[in-house]
Design a binder for this molecule. Structure first.
Ligand SMILES: [Zn+2]
Length: 81
């Protein structure tokens, strides 16, 4: 099973349960509009970047270049300022 470890220690499964409760898909407004107009939902799913939300620390890991590319993390910021 494909998985990786979040910086907080949580193990995030990339495969297994379908649909994956931790997986999201990032698409631009432009892409959404284009694919929607064509009713091409499969194309939209393929164009969208996979993202995984860590259930423990709420970091978001995004594969901007698809599953084979590198993943980038975005951590939750504190509102205490
Ligand atoms: Zn985490």
């Amino acid at each position: 099973m494909a998985k990786f470890r979040c910086r907080c220690g949580e193990v995030i499964a990339m495969s297994g349960e379908i649909p994956n409760p931790l997986e999201w898909h990032i698409t631009s407004d432009q892409e959404l509009e284009e694919f929607w107009e064509e009713q091409d939902f499969e194309g939209l799913q393929q164009a969208a970047r996979p993202a995984f939300l860590c259930p423990t620390c709420e970091r978001i890991w995004i594969y901007w270049d698809g599953y084979e590319g590198k993943r980038v993390s975005y951590a939750l910021e504190s509102d205490d300022d």
